[in-house]
Design a binder for this molecule. Structure first.
Ligand SMILES: [Zn+2]
Length: 339
């Protein structure tokens, strides 16, 4: 997707590839680990040795295409094309968000994910989704149209900052590593018995420490160094990825704020948060999103920086162009009847 509209002052400050590039770099050790695991697997099947890494690379190439992205967001994320009623309901807000961000309608596809919770997503380079609860809330008036536009603009902001573009490919390329890690932690959890999760983690760290000491003691420096690197990468890479992801959330929020919808996005965040407790400790470090309070504070700062009319002229111009001569709110009422 190529958002190409006018970027107001204070727009997404990083080059369009920055976030995606950083997340790909953070995932590089896991990709290398996946390749090594596949090569190990190839040795086991001898005759077809080259076929497994080749199929893995070919799968990644397919996922970079529009058709490949459609397949993966449907299969992995449960995204579906909006049904006719949902499509009619979402059309005004979606059109406004596209116009505001300067995105051509064919460059990005809107999906609905069946879910009881209110949420919205950006995935790959061409996909945005809202949960069915968001559509319901909008149709019944619990979520005003401007707030829905703000949420959609936030998701388009992710595409504008390039944060999600490589992530479908990255997820594919790191899948063998993540699968192996899940199997290992699952095995350790079983062996650890009815211990809390922290106990299993301590067991993994202790096991790795013992393995490193033994290999170094036996003079196998290379193996020991590899084990140390694996241990450090397993801890530091997810933390780095989560930190970049949180920065990209602020950037996407700022994208919406720059288009005059900071207050509406803050209101939507309050509604979407719906009493969720903020993560703390280790979970907070690995959280892909800042807390709603942090995001709302950043949006409030943005409104101060942008001044009283910051970006609102853009929204008002697009909104009146979208609405034409129709009475304000008329489409909202139509949707409420249809739902
Ligand atoms: Zn986001």
């Amino acid at each position: 997707m190529k958002p190409n509209g006018r970027r107001p002052p204070g727009g997404v400050r990083h080059p369009a590839v920055w976030f995606g590039l950083c997340r790909a770099v953070a995932a590089a050790p896991a990709m290398v680990g996946s390749l090594l695991l596949l090569m190990l697997g190839s040795v086991a099947v001898d005759r077809w040795a080259g076929l497994i890494p080749l199929a893995w690379a070919a799968g990644g190439a397919v996922l970079m295409t529009r058709v490949g992205e459609r397949m993966v967001v449907r299969a992995a994320c449960g995204f579906r094309r909006p049904c006719p009623v949902q499509a009619v309901a979402l059309k005004p807000a979606w059109s406004t968000a596209l116009r505001l961000s300067g995105t051509a309608a064919g460059d990005v596809e809107l999906y609905v994910q069946s879910a009881r919770a209110s949420n919205a997503y950006a995935a790959g380079g061409r996909s945005v989704a809202v949960s069915s609860r968001v559509v319901e809330d909008y149709a019944t008036g619990r979520l005003p149209e401007k707030q829905l536009v703000a949420v959609l603009l936030h998701e388009l902001g992710h595409h504008a900052s390039g944060a999600t573009r490589p992530m479908v490919l990255v997820s594919w390329l790191t899948a063998p590593w993540r699968l192996a890690r899940s199997l290992l932690t699952g095995l350790v959890s079983i062996l650890a018995g009815p211990q809390p999760r922290r106990g299993a983690l301590v067991a993994v760290v202790a096991g790795l420490g013992v393995a490193v000491i033994r290999t170094l003691h036996q003079g196998q420096w290379l193996v020991g160094e590899v084990l140390i690197l694996v241990g450090l990468a397993s801890v530091l890479c997810p933390i780095a990825d989560a930190a970049i992801s949180r920065r990209s959330e602020f950037a996407a929020d700022r994208f919406a704020a720059d288009h005059g919808l900071a207050i509406e996005l803050a209101a939507a965040l309050r509604a979407l948060n719906d009493g969720h407790r903020a993560p703390c400790g280790w979970s907070r470090l690995l959280s892909s999103h800042p807390t709603s309070e942090q995001r709302i504070r950043a949006l409030q700062t943005a409104t101060v920086e942008l001044g009283p009319d910051g970006g609102r002229d853009t929204y008002d111009a697009v909104d009146s162009a979208e609405r034409g001569p129709a009475e304000p709110g008329s489409r909202c009422q139509t949707m409420r009847r249809q739902s």
